[in-house]
Design a protein. Structure first.
Ligand code: IPE
Ligand code: IPE
Ligand code: MG
Length: 237
């Protein structure tokens, strides 16, 4: 990768297209999820190496529970084996893992595996991986609102305390805003992913399905990010 490229501090990845990737190869949809895991491992190492500080990965939306039970069960088991085995390399890579999303109704074994990887990586300092699992922006905003109302009711805060910074601190995770959102598979929508955090993000929609979104595809995305003129409401460069 070109050393002069600016690396976005916080990257969001909507890992989409696993089912189509498998179906186009005559395989069942779940084989796409299995292959996505291989790609994800490569990408995590690459993002840590190029200096991305935060990566938010959309792994399962609150709406994904609408899918066939067999696919949901497959994904839940894949999460358990990833967090308990496949992601152990993250510990040596100095990667810290966090989760965003509702715990309910995730199965107990998934929650245990999540808690274990969070604990094992809590002191790590290179890349922070924020895994959005049973995540939805709408749910996050509802949960944040309830939390803030509770604080207000208990006289812990006054209305003047509520500003941008305060809202960010009371989201599922206190992370800087997204700089760059990548959605693979050619779909042009957010599907309830980090709407608040993406307010000034740059968007990139490569056609490739997630299992094919490898390190070199990520480097292409970085080149595209560097072509953008971010203005944040000002007049820019
Ligand atoms: C993304 O791939 C993974 C999850 C939503 C869990 P999909 O499973 O949505 O794959 P397509 O979009 O149907 O091809
Ligand atoms: C968004 O993809 C969720 C994840 C990638 C985890 P979907 O495949 O669920 O989104 P829609 O249904 O096409 O909008
Ligand atoms: Mg999809």
């Amino acid at each position: 990768m070109d050393k002069d490229l600016i690396v976005p501090k916080h990257v969001g990845i909507i890992m989409d297209g696993n089912g189509r990737w498998a179906q186009e190869r005559g395989m069942i949809r779940t084989m796409g999820h299995k292959n996505a895991l291989k790609t994800l491992k490569e990408l995590c190492i690459h993002m840590a190496d190029v200096g991305v500080k935060y990566a938010s990965l959309y792994a399962f939306s609150t709406e994904n529970f609408k899918r066939e039970k067999s696919e949901v069960d497959y994904l839940m088991n894949l999460f358990i084996s990833s967090f308990k085995k496949e992601f152990k390399f993250l510990i040596e890579k100095d990667v810290k893992v966090l989760f965003s999303g509702r715990r309910d109704p995730l199965p107990e074994k998934v929650l245990e595996a999540m808690d274990e990887i969070v604990y094992d990586t809590k002191d790590n300092k290179s890349l922070t991986l924020n895994i959005c699992l049973n995540y939805g922006s709408h749910a996050e905003i509802c949960d944040m609102t309830k939390k803030i109302c509770e604080m207000y009711k208990n006289n812990e805060i006054s209305l003047d305390d509520i500003d941008d910074n305060f809202i960010q601190k009371n989201m599922y995770q206190d992370l800087p805003p997204l700089d760059f959102v990548i959605r693979t598979s050619g779909e042009l929508r957010l599907s309830n992913f980090m709407m608040y955090q993406a307010s000034y993000a740059e968007f990139y929609f490569p056609k490739v399905y997630f299992p094919d979104f490898n390190s070199s595809e990520f480097d292409k995305a970085l080149i595209e990010f560097n072509k953008r003129n971010r203005r944040f409401g000002g007049v820019g460069k």
